[in-house]
Write a protein that binds this ligand. Structure first.
Ligand code: DUC
Ligand code: ZN
Ligand code: ZN
Length: 465
């Protein structure tokens, strides 16, 4: 037994002083201060926030992409996640075009099994919607604990699905209760703009952003929302929403009571087209991701923070998809379209969002909700995960509001040769991380091990009507 004593427990309903008793891998009880029985090993949480272990519902460990593969393995990526206060990831298994869905899922299990430091679950990317993959969706929901499917309106020839395929998958999801997750960018139109830019000799990383204007994110978001409407209000979750006009589409659908949800990512809340993607020379490649960073001369960042407060944006995930500069991002020197798309942040999401609390953009309760509780409820992991309550897994983070975090490639644990957040300072720090009752990180020391993480079969989303 362990007792987390003297801290302030934060839940979506607010803050309260309580001591948390852990029995083995689960939370046994919460006590008013001083009321817990003597005996258990005490973890001193005086002056700390006690929050549910964070859940990153959008990661891409070892994803093959752009002629290379994301540089974090399940080992390095989940270790870094744990150090940063994330105790569950939901990664994307991939069905490539022409591949049997279940084979793609088995390949992802093979990559992850025995290598994870924290618990993990999978969404499934469908690279080819046809009769077989539609049938497979039922089997994954019923038997495999995979209850969400990502489709791409971008990347023609790679992951792209056309509108007919999307509609069929949505109809299937409406029937079996699954969530359709959408990469909402108009890929064919983007490809035209990319070709035209390259023909003009516009090859620098910033043109990655300029050829993916917000209108093409908003148009795809709107189209996905209408297609979901045709599919009898199939549950729809827009991933990595980056732009004000896309957010307007989501907000309008939600105002009508539709089953439409969206996430954003730390990079869109803080970083910009001009300051990062437009960095001199090839430097901007560090921030090439899709959807792209948006202009600081428009109101995207303020709108996204507001969307988080109003729940038009339900939660924050990272879209962790790291590539090193050397040999990976460098593939796009002289042609931005060959830069592998992705940013690595799995280690920093808890801290980066806490800075939003310090800056007065999020309440403490909403911080916990957007990084832990809503991801659990959205993707069928609640109340096992995402809440500090009796019977839930003892996934708990002690967060020090008086700590300080300085982000750098010199100190991070992700397998990347740069940091997208180099030099950033956060007014707070992760103090202790507990995963299913085991202390995996404490005072900057990592004490966990690969293989501790277990695969989680998920149920259906709680938010559906
Ligand atoms: N976006 C990225 O930035 N990387 C991987 C895939 C995606 O959709
Ligand atoms: Zn995507
Ligand atoms: Zn992604």
């Amino acid at each position: 037994m362990k007792l987390i004593k003297g801290g302030t427990v934060i839940s979506p309903s607010g803050a309260s002083k309580a001591d948390v008793l852990i029995d083995g891998e689960t939370i046994a009880a919460l006590y008013a201060p001083g009321q817990a029985p003597d005996g258990p090993e005490v973890i001193d949480a005086t002056g700390k926030y006690v929050i549910p272990g964070a859940i990153d519902a959008h990661t891409h460990m070892q994803l093959p992409f752009g002629g290379t593969a994301a540089s974090d393995t399940f080992d390095t990526g989940t270790r870094a996640a744990a150090i940063g206060g994330t105790t569950t990831i939901i990664d994307f298994a991939v069905q490539r075009t022409g591949e049997v869905v279940q084979d793609g899922l088995a390949a992802w299990h093979a990559k992850a099994a025995g290598n994870c430091h924290i618990d993990y679950a999978f969404h499934m990317i469908l690279g080819g919607v046809d009769d077989d993959s539609l049938k497979a969706m039922d089997q994954l929901v019923t038997d495999e604990g995979v209850t969400s499917f990502k489709l791409f309106m971008a990347y023609p020839g790679v992951f792209y699905s056309d509108d007919g395929q999307i509609l069929r998958a949505m109809q299937k999801a409406r029937g079996n209760g699954a969530m359709i997750m959408m990469h909402a960018e108009n890929g064919p139109a983007i490809d035209v703009l990319v070709k035209q830019a390259l023909e003009r000799g516009e090859t620098d990383p910033i043109f990655h952003g300029i050829t993916r204007p917000q209108e093409l994110e908003a148009e795809a978001t709107s189209r996905a929302i209408w297609l979901a409407s045709v599919a009898a209000d199939c549950p729809l979750y827009i991933v990595h929403l980056s732009a004000s006009k896309a957010l307007e589409q989501v907000a309008a659908a939600r105002d009508l009571g539709r089953n439409v949800f969206a996430e954003t990512c730390p990079q869109y809340l803080y970083l910009t087209l001009e300051d990062q993607l437009g960095a001199p020379g090839f430097e901007g490649a560090k921030w090439v991701c899709s959807t792209p960073l948006r202009s600081k001369h428009e109101s995207h960042r303020a709108d996204l923070w507001r969307g988080l407060r109003t729940n038009d944006l339900a939660m924050v995930s990272t879209d962790h998809c790291p590539f090193c500069m050397k040999d990976q991002k460098e593939l796009g020197i002289g042609d931005f379209s060959k830069i592998p798309n992705g940013i690595g942040s799995v280690e920093h999401r808890v801290d980066l969002l806490y800075q939003g609390v310090v800056d007065g953009k999020l309440s403490l309760a909403r911080w916990v909700e957007t990084i832990a509780t809503t991801p659990a409820r959205m993707f069928g992991l609640y109340p096992k995960k995402g809440i500090i309550a009796p019977g839930s897994d003892a996934d708990i983070v002690l967060y020090d509001p008086n700590g300080r975090t300085r982000i750098s490639v010199e100190t991070h644990h992700m397998n990347m040769d740069y940091s997208a957040w180099e030099g950033w300072e956060i007014d707070g720090s992760v103090d202790t991380v507990i995963s299913r009752g085991s202390v995996v990180a404490s005072g900057g020391e990592y004490t966990g091990h690969a293989g501790h993480g277990q695969f989680l079969k998920r149920g259906l989303s709680e938010y559906l009507i």
